[in-house]
Every structure is written in C-alpha cells, then in structure tokens.
Ligand binder design. Structure first.
Ligand code: AMP
Ligand code: MG
Length: 402
C-alpha cells in the first residue's frame, strides 16, 4: 500500500496554476461579498475638513481660560465663518472647525453666563478636532486588490463617493452527487437508501466561500451518462465538484470518465476524517481547463474536505488571500487524544475565558457523526503520531468566519 500523502501536497497540486475568474464591473450595492479585482486609490480626504468630535465650543487654544462671546453656531452640514480672536463658536459633532479655531471644549466643561462662555484653562491645540485626512488621504491606497467587500470596506467606498467597482466574477461551480443509495429530500426512501446531506451542506459552504452554483445534479450510474454529465458541467463551470465514490479500488464511473475526458489523480491523505480525495482537470469551453474535486461521500469527511480544500480553491479563484488562508487560532486542549499515522481534525467547541481559549472536543469524533459539525466552532488539528493531554496547546481552524 502506497504511503499516505499530506494535505499540503494535495493543496499545492490543487492550487497549482489556478487563475482568478475574469473581472466585471458592478455597482457597490451589488458588490457586497465580492472580491476587488483591482486596487482602489482614494479620491477624497476623509474627513474632508477639520471637524468637531464633540458637542461644545470651538476656539483658538490661546483663548483657553477666558470668558468668550459666542460668535456663531456651527451645526454639522452647515459652513463655518472665520472666527475672530477672542471669540468662540458653539459647535456640534461633525461641524466644520472655523478658520481661526484649533480646538474644541466639550459642552459639559463650559458654563455660559450672560452670553459669555467660561472656557477652562490649558486646552491643547487639536483637542477634540478630527483632522482632515486623518482616516484617508486623497491619492493614497484605499483598498487593495483581493479585498473582500464586507461591511467596513463598503462603508469606506461610500465615504469616497464611489458607486462602481471592478470585482471578480463569482466562480461558477457545478455540484454533483454520486451514489445509488442517495435520494433527494422530498422523495420516498426505499430500503437501504439515504437522503442527500452533502448537497445542501456543500451548497451553503460554497456560497459562503463566494461561489455561484450553476449546476446541481446527480451523476447517473452508467458510464455514458457520467461522461456526459461531467463534460456538460465543465462547459458552464469554473469548478466541478462531486461527492462520493473516490475511495481507492471502488467501482465507480466517475474515475473512468474523468481519466478519459481529462486527468485524474487519486489521493490518499494522511488525515482523519477525509482520507480519499480526487483531484482532476476537465476540458472546458474555449480550451479552458476546469478543476475537478471529488470529495468523499461521508458527510463529515465532506465537510472537513470542503474547509481544507474548497475554501482555499475558491479563494484562489477569486484572488482573495483572506479566503485562501484558513483562519487559525491557538487554544488549550480540553481533551486528551492520541494519533497514529494520520493527522486528526477534531470537531471542537471554543470557550473564550480569562486565561485564554479552551477547545472542548465533541463527545463523538466518529466520521459518521454529522452532528459533531453543527456545534463545532473549529477543527482542532492534532498532528500525526502525537499525544495531546488536557492543557496542551492545539491549533484550531476556526469555522465560524467567512
Ligand atoms: P462513498 O465515498 O461513496 O464511499 O460514501 C461514503 C459514505 O457516505 C457512504 O455511507 C455513503 O452512503 C455516504 N454518502 C455518500 N454520499 C452522500 C450524500 N450525498 N449524503 C449523505 N451521505 C452520503
Ligand atoms: Mg458511493
């Protein structure tokens, strides 16, 4: 029996030569969750003008400690007139600092008697002033290519008055199921049949990873139908994914069809769960090469495989490093375990305490137990040939992030 192979080697083979999808121009509203195809430069200073961080009184710091007449009232959104020395301005949060003023005193510290504002002493220049350009300077980089447009980035774009961006087209994915025993929910179950759990699970994960599911179907259980389905899937998709039927030595038409249409490598990974993995290439439209990933049928293996391989692949297809990189944090083990020749990805719950993060293992780590993935916050990575005792450090791949 050949040696088991590493996740890293399989991932390198999978990602080798993957190019991002073509760019497209979208309105910012439609671009939420998309990945920038090009870097964006700031057009405007943000803030656009010096403005007040407080409701209070604007003055020149030389006039601190004096009683000053209130010469004008500046609300956010209205222009400020120049301020004469020896006067102050009533000002509100976001109001423009008038020329001649350089600080703001919060209203709680100012007493107004007979139209004179009593300003406390020793107010430093710049106090409670939001300086023009403090957040963003016109001409400076605003967002890099590869940035996924999440909440704050969308706010940042709007702050520049930007309405359109160039983003990566969502990778088109064909999701295929194999297995005579697999039935769609809604259909009756005959003896020995089970419902298709992998399809909705992968669909949700893939959408989280930025994919557009363009074909969702089952692979028929005959050579000609299998060939036809795979070939058709590759015409429309950037990526073809199947579940089930990748165990070595298994009777399976997918392998034969892939080998004859394109290329297929079967991997036996030194991991638990998720040992078998099929990686291949199919001919797509206009001579394009379309990636094929065959995940194991076992739903837990499928889930783990999607996290380990599909997330980085979708990241590469969108040119998005944050997606390609699996978020990892270090925790203390709240369990003991021992591994053999395979690295173990344990489903764990994370507890954030005063003395750090504790990883508690789901009670049943069997690869047939999908409920372990529901409550799992992370996959604790236990290296091969190792022993973990409670309190030992353990790296955890955090599942609760996009
Ligand atoms: P396979 O990888 O085809 O050998 O399948 C491994 C196990 O996963 C078998 O028990 C299958 O019945 C089960 N399985 C395969 N595909 C699915 C699916 N889509 N949903 C639920 N279980 C599946
Ligand atoms: Mg099968």
């Amino acid at each position: 029996m050949a040696e088991l192979q590493s996740v890293e080697a399989a991932l390198a083979a999978l990602l080798h030569g993957v190019a991002p999808t073509p760019p497209e121009s979208l309105s910012c509203d439609a671009a939420a969750g998309r990945v920038l195809a090009e870097a964006i430069e700031a057009r405007l200073d943000v803030p656009a003008f010096d403005n007040s961080a407080m409701d209070g009184y604007a003055l020149h710091h030389r006039d601190a400690g004096k009683r000053l007449p209130v010469a004008q009232r500046i609300a956010a959104g209205s222009p400020a007139a120049p301020l004469a020395p020896g006067t102050c301005a009533r000002i509100f949060t976001g109001g423009e600092i008038p020329p001649g003023a350089d600080c703001v005193v919060m209203q709680e510290r100012v007493e107004v008697v007979a139209d004179l504002a009593a300003i406390p002493p020793d107010i430093p220049a710049g106090d409670n002033v939001r300086r023009r350009g403090r957040d963003v300077t016109a001409g400076a980089p605003l967002l890099p290519a590869g940035e996924r447009l999440e909440a704050a980035a969308l706010g940042h774009l709007a702050g520049q008055g930007i309405t359109e961006v160039v983003v990566r087209r969502r990778p088109r994915v064909a999701l295929l199921s194999t297995g005579d025993e697999i039935v769609d929910p809604g259909q009756p179950l005959a003896a020995g049949q089970i419902y298709n759990s992998n399809r909705p699970m992968l669909r949700r994960l893939l959408e989280r990873f930025g994919a557009e599911l363009t074909l969702i179907t089952s692979i028929p259980d005959d050579p000609a139908g299998t060939r036809e389905t795979l070939s058709a899937a590759a015409q429309e998709a950037d990526l073809v994914i199947s579940t089930g039927g990748v165990s070595v030595g298994e009777e399976d038409h997918v392998k034969a069809a892939l080998a004859s249409l394109g290329q297929l490598d079967l991997w036996r990974l030194a991991i638990r769960p998720g040992k078998p993995l099929a990686l291949g290439r199919l001919p797509g439209r206009e001579g394009r090469e379309v990636r094929f990933v065959g995940l194991p049928g076992n739903p837990v293996s499928c889930f783990v495989g999607a996290w380990l391989f599909l997330r980085p692949l979708l990241g590469a297809l969108q040119g998005c490093p944050a997606l390609a990189q699996l978020p990892c944090l270090r925790a203390r083990a709240g369990f003991s375990t021992q591994t053999g020749p395979r690295r173990h990805y344990m489903r764990v719950m994370l507890e954030f305490g005063e003395d750090g993060v504790l990883a508690r293992a789901f009670r049943d780590q069997n690869s047939g137990v999908l409920s372990s993935c529901i409550s799992a916050d992370a996959l604790a990575v236990v290296p091969a040939q190792s022993r973990i005792e409670p309190g030992d450090p353990v790296d955890c791949l955090w599942l609760r992030v996009e």
